[in-house]
Design a binder for this molecule. Sequence first.
Ligand code: NDP
Ligand code: MG
Length: 386
Amino acid sequence: MTRSVTILGATGSVGRSTLDLIGRNRDDYEIVALTARKDIDGLIELAGKFRPRQAVIGDPAHFARLREALAGTGVEAATGEEAITEAAGAGADWTMAAIVGTAGLRPVMRALEGGGTLALANKEALVAAGDLVTRAAAEGGATILPVDSEHNAVFQCFDRERPESVRRIILTASGGPFRARSIEEMRRATPAEAVAHPNWSMGAKISVDSATLMNKGLELIEAYHLFPLRADQLEVVVHPQSVVHSLVEYKDGSVLAQLGAPDMRVPIAHTLAWPARMATPCARLDLVAIARLDFEAPDLDRFPALALARAALAEGGAKPAILNAANEIGVQSFLESRIGFLDIASLVGEVLASHAPGAPSSLDEVLEIDREARRAATAAIGKFLH
Ligand code: NDP
Ligand code: MG
């Protein structure tokens, strides 16, 4: 039986890994839509290869080229933010949410309203609007499957029938490229150093988040919304080899973990085939070659972003959305070499401290909080400019 699938953020790291798996089992899938923002060459290439019903480019400046390239192929061309959201709601059985940032929130909400299965990589959507996202899934009768490797690991180990039997979740963090660097070294870190992740190959934004450990902070908030536990039942441990992807501790003392090679195609395949399993070309785990697994506590002095995220989770309300928005501006500014690496967390801390709107109760309110926090972060950046 073929399954209809849509890939939001098809040209990105997660999007391409998803299409790599689909390409190996081409007859099992019918592709409804592929979307991108501005990588027109990538989208044209993928549309030619995978023949979706529709290819959507967010940036209208590229629409003429898309239409021209797809003329006569039977693939419909569309453009604009609204067209991406409509593609998310086009009724695929399975949708991969792999847009980066809050930009993916509206499409996530639209996909959930239509029911079906949402493979969720876009953690920022859950951080900014966790309650709304999980409510939309419940109301739409949709299933959310976590793609993020840690949450996918927890999902595989978590007894959803008996959540009260779980004592805590332990999320593992690689520690990123600066795990063993001093504060002084991090102050001088360049974008190229920050995106050079030791274990995973990922998009630029999440690579920087992994270097600041904000990624793990966002993942704490993500875990809080995906699993029925309190914030104080969520822990982080640094594990440099990225082999144990996360753990679930039960009240009897048993700890279940999911292990695997650090290749996003493993968790993506889990969500594609769920509840069955599919074969992947991923490297098999060779425990003897790995020989040892190390664990250490995260250093909150060198990585304050993790503490900021934990505090935002504890405070709740609008704080996680503000944290996320300020971080997106901070990461973008760092990637453009406008601020230093350590300034990212300082900026987030400052915006969080100066903004306290009430808890959002609608998508429009979340998006307004997001816009306002971006404005505040952009205004505050002046003091960090170098
Ligand atoms: P990439 O930057 O590689 O890809 C992002 C995708 O989203 C691209 O297709 C991009 O289009 C599209 N996009 C970006 N901005 C917009 C926008 N404003 N509107 C519409 N589309 C947009 O990111 P990743 O694949 O690394 O990450 C995607 C998500 O998955 C993130 O939320 C990340 O945190 C999460 N994730 C990623 C992991 C990884 O290994 N990469 C692991 C776990 C989670 P274009 O190419 O045209 O710019
Ligand atoms: Mg992760």
